[in-house]
Design a protein around this ligand. Structure first.
Ligand code: NAD
Length: 488
């Protein structure tokens, strides 16, 4: 390892920027808008992951970290929020360059990143225990202690937001951490730690290690000295992470995919429903775990609603995120091909593609993969296209005639992340909410994951454990019960 040079972005271990001297051990980071190379980052493996975990352990047991008052950890997090806002242009631009999303969406992500820090700043000195009335003469109480070293494995779709929430809660709870951003989108995570350097956090509290999933990710999730793993990504990788964590008896939080339904009734406020059904599938080009990828709609209004949805979709501008078009590229050729296969399957099986469905060439961006947002009409609810996470701007339309049928369809996939309900009948909205098997329900709006205070996570194969809000504190703390006898 040697110190970083200008063209290569190093990773951050034990308070130092490191980059491999071996140029064959670098990963090319691309701009999805046009396929150009943005930077190179180290392709780390077991050895560097071990260094990062050791640094995090050293920081965790250090007197300096152990004796930092919770209030001061909170103050530090407030400062991070300030730094993020002061650098919002740079962060937003970098997020757009690396992820491809429209600049306006990146600015929104930057603000959410700042909000995570503020939210958990306020929480840092309010992580309370309980007293338990066991018997006279004994005072019994609980303390919530940090778990130790947290391994965070970050996906490519919301790198800045997820890095921010990972760092914010880990520091608020007094842990130290090793973060591994996705190989496609490591740049804002690295930029964020660079911006935080002047705060003078003890070395090793935050380590950011770049690399491929099967190498760096696997080494991190199987490292024997990690105390908790937080993973956001695919179901398949989630299973691997659980398997390796099980060998070390390490708890995991898994936020996996979804096939979230937008359940639209004939009595909905049509304008409102249309706006959000559209947003929920085009945001970040549909590469969102809570994408509203199934439109479960009452048969009587389907044709009319779809006509309007097609007009709205076809009115979207498509192009590089930096120019702030409505709709940016798909993250990579690999993901584009994966999505295209689903669309081809629809065509082969006679499912009607009523809008989009093909690659859109954008001038000057021949190596960018732009896909027209796509509507697949009358998809049988149990068809692969209504069951599998496509992770692109593709919505499958499924009709129902009764409330019971709507619920059955909504619950019919292996996933259970989010759902939207669109109706003016509030009793019905509650009846349905009661029966939905998912971690978040939005009634007459849709929040794609919700705000920083709203617990977020899945039922069924969408994962377990909750991020965001106070609920997430459970993942990052462990409970100690203390019983003190003070009289006979
Ligand atoms: P992935 O699950 O493979 O990658 C997510 C993160 O896990 C990345 O940081 C990656 O490097 C890491 N990783 C990969 N293999 C690993 C392993 N064996 N051990 C430890 N870490 C590992 O996702 P992907 O291949 O980038 O995308 C494939 C599909 O995953 C998408 O089409 C989509 O369906 C899903 N996905 C979901 C989300 C989400 O927000 N839930 C995010 C990204 C991808």
């Amino acid at each position: 390892m040697e110190t970083i040079n200008v063209h290569v972005q190093g990773c951050y271990i034990d308070g130092e920027w490191k980059v491999s001297a071996d140029k064959s051990r670098l990963i090319e980071v691309k701009n999805p808008a046009d396929g150009s190379v943005l930077a190179y980052v180290p392709r780390t493996d077991k050895e560097e992951i071990d260094l990062a975990v050791k640094a995090a352990r050293k920081a965790f047991v250090s007197k300096e970290w152990k004796t930092t008052k919770p209030y001061n950890r909170g103050k530090l997090l407030y400062k991070v929020a300030e730094i993020i806002r002061e650098n919002k242009e740079e962060l937003a631009k970098l997020e757009t360059l690396n992820v491809g999303k429209p600049l306006a969406q990146s600015f929104a992500d930057v603000e959410v990143a700042a909000l995570y820090f503020e939210y958990y700043a306020g929480v840092a000195d309010k992580i309370l225990g309980e007293t338990i009335p066991v018997q006279p003469g004994i005072i019994d109480f609980t303390v919530r202690e940090p778990v130790g070293i947290v391994g965070h494995i970050i996906p490519w779709n919301y790198p800045l937001q997820i890095t921010a929430r990972s760092i914010a809660i880990s520091i608020a709870t007094g842990n130290t951490m090793v973060l591994k951003p996705a190989e496609d989108t490591p740049l804002t995570a690295l930029k964020l730690v660079e911006l935080l350097e002047p705060l003078g956090l003890p070395k090793g509290v935050i380590n950011v290690v770049t690399g491929y999933g099967h190498e760096a990710g696997a080494a991190l999730s199987s490292h024997p000295d990690i105390n908790h793993i937080t993973f956001v990504g695919s179901l398949e990788t989630g299973k691997k992470i659980m398997e390796s964590a099980s060998k070390n008896i390490v708890p995991v939080t898994l936020e996996l995919g979804g096939k979230s339904p937008q359940i639209v009734f004939a009595d909905c406020n049509e304008e409102q429903a249309l706006e959000w059904v559209l947003k929920a599938i085009v945001q970040n080009s549909g590469q969102t775990c809570t994408a509203g990828s199934r439109l479960v709609i009452e048969k009587s209004i389907k044709d009319h609603f779809i006509k309007k949805l097609v007009v709205a979709m076809e009115g979207l501008s498509i192009g590089p995120g930096l120019n702030n078009y409505d709709f940016g590229p798909i993250i990579s050729q690999k993901q584009f091909n994966r999505i295209q296969k689903f669309i081809d399957l629809a065509k082969q099986e006679g499912i009607r593609v009523v809008s989009g469905g093909t690659r859109q060439m954008v001038k000057g961006c021949d190596d960018g993969y732009y896909l027209q947002p796509t509507i697949l009409d009358d998809v049988p609810y149990d068809h692969l296209l209504a069951q599998e996470e496509i992770f692109g701007p593709v919505i499958s339309v499924i009709t129902f005639e009764t409330e019971d049928e709507a619920i059955e369809i909504a619950n019919s996939t292996q996933y259970g992340l989010s759902a939207g309900i669109w109706t003016q009948d509030i009793s019905r909205a509650h009846r349905i909410t009661d029966q939905l098997q998912c971690g978040q329900v939005f009634i007459n709006h849709y929040g794609a994951g919700g705000g920083v205070a709203q617990p977020f996570g899945g039922y069924k194969k969408s994962g377990f454990g909750r991020e965001k809000g106070l609920e997430a504190l459970r993942n990052y703390t462990q409970l100690k019960n203390v019983a003190l006898k003070f009289s006979e």
